[in-house]
Ligand binder design. Structure first.
Ligand SMILES: *Cc1c(COP(=O)(O)O)cnc(C)c1O
Ligand code: SF4
Length: 360
């Protein structure tokens, strides 16, 4: 299958293979390791410029700009390139375009829906679930998704300097029940490859750690982020590695991204996907079927389909639990079991995500 090479094989390769694995890393679009940074620096930051580039009439500009005061527009060019020109309802555009609804209050939608602050005992760590911890190494993202539950998160309090790494590593060292590090954020791939390498090397010294997971949307919005160096770092560390991509629509997969993902997979990295169920973007059967099929074709297994976290300013993306369950049931009837993601929601105070199942 090729989803995850057994660990012993991977380890055997490390001892024999030097850091550069040429056959695995032919990603011709990124000869310059800094190129993803340049793409990021050139990301769209103005509503008007974004809409003009897409040949879409600029409407409600003042309201959209007002929404940006709270949470700025940020969209890298490769993501814009995947949008359909002239389509104001493009499913990728709708994920990033500020709307007047963001300025409206809605019942049940609050600033910190997951009450993350309370499980944030050690700076940079969220330890809610058994056996694994969420590590926030980076507070930034390469794209600002309007539905994001972190849009009001107290990032500044959690800004991690290199000196804080020690605090994170000490916390993990002292708890032998922690087997897995989940790098999250923000987006952990906002770190440079050198920073990531340093962090991973320090984590490798903690004997009870077995697995490393990276939750990221960066390769989806800037495929050049899958650098040869990144692949080699993950391939040569002693952990079993998984990358959980955040892809909401099949249109987000493009040939450069698929090529980069293929290199990661050949390097023994397990690829999974977590999508958010978003109204008018991916809340219909055909779109979900297309997404699952396109993911699998790209070597990614659908992992979670997440209900929206009820954050202020995102109520226009909400799909009711009832509708979500009906959609999920239809998916089960149409797809192989492994192509159906688990439908889950996040509830504060629970020991895991909560699976939603239809009681019939
Ligand atoms: C979702 C999540 C995880 C990972 O949960 P899995 O069910 O293992 O994917 C870990 N920590 C936090 C805070 C999370 O929200
Ligand atoms: S954390 Fe994820 S959903 Fe939120 S802005 Fe960053 S990439 Fe988008």
């Amino acid at each position: 299958m090729g989803f995850s090479k057994p660990a012993p094989e991977k380890r055997a390769m490390i001892t024999e293979t030097p850091l550069v694995i040429e056959s695995l890393t032919d990603i011709s679009q990124s000869p310059d390791p800094d190129s993803w940074n340049q793409v990021l620096a050139g990301a769209a930051k103005k509503v008007e410029a974004l809409l003009k580039q897409l040949n879409i009439p600029v409407t409600e500009l003042t309201l959209r700009q007002q929404a940006c005061l709270d949470f700025p527009l940020l969209v890298p060019q490769p993501f814009i390139d995947k949008m359909e020109k002239g389509n104001a309802q493009d499913p990728l555009l709708l994920q990033v375009l500020p709307q007047r609804e963001e300025l409206e209050a809605a019942e049940g939608f609050i600033n910190d829906p997951l009450a993350e602050k309370h499980s944030n005992l050690q700076k940079g760590i969220i330890h809610k679930y058994h056996g694994r911890v969420l590590v926030l190494l980076s507070t930034g993202c390469a794209i600002n998704c309007r539905y994001c539950f972190r849009r009001h998160f107290a990032y500044s309090e959690n800004r991690i300097g290199k000196n804080d790494w020690q605090g994170i590593l000490d916390y993990v060292s002292q708890d032998p029940t922690i087997e897995e590090l989940i790098l999250s954020g923000g987006d952990p791939l906002m770190l440079s490859d050198q920073q990531l390498k340093k962090f991973i090397q320090q984590a490798e010294a903690i004997p009870h750690l077995q697995r490393l997971r990276i939750h990221t949307r960066l390769p989806v919005v800037i495929p050049q982020r899958i650098t040869t160096t990144l692949i080699n770092i993950l391939h040569s560390c002693r952990f079993s590695c998984a990358i959980v991509l955040h892809i909401n629509h099949s249109q987000e997969l493009d040939p450069i991204l698929i090529k980069g993902l293929d290199s990661l997979r050949r390097a023994g990295i397990t690829l999974l996907n977590q999508a958010v169920l978003l109204r008018d973007i991916n809340d219909n059967l055909e779109t979900q079927i297309d997404l699952s099929k396109a993911l699998f074709a790209a070597g990614i297994l659908p992992y979670y389909l997440h209900l929206l976290d009820k954050v202020t300013g995102a109520h226009h993306f909400n799909v009711s639990e009832k509708d979500a369950l009906v959609l999920h049931q239809q998916l089960l009837l149409k797809l192989s079991g492994y192509l159906v993601p688990k439908l889950v929601k996040e509830e504060s105070g629970k020991g895991s995500k909560t699976p939603l199942v239809l009681i019939s």
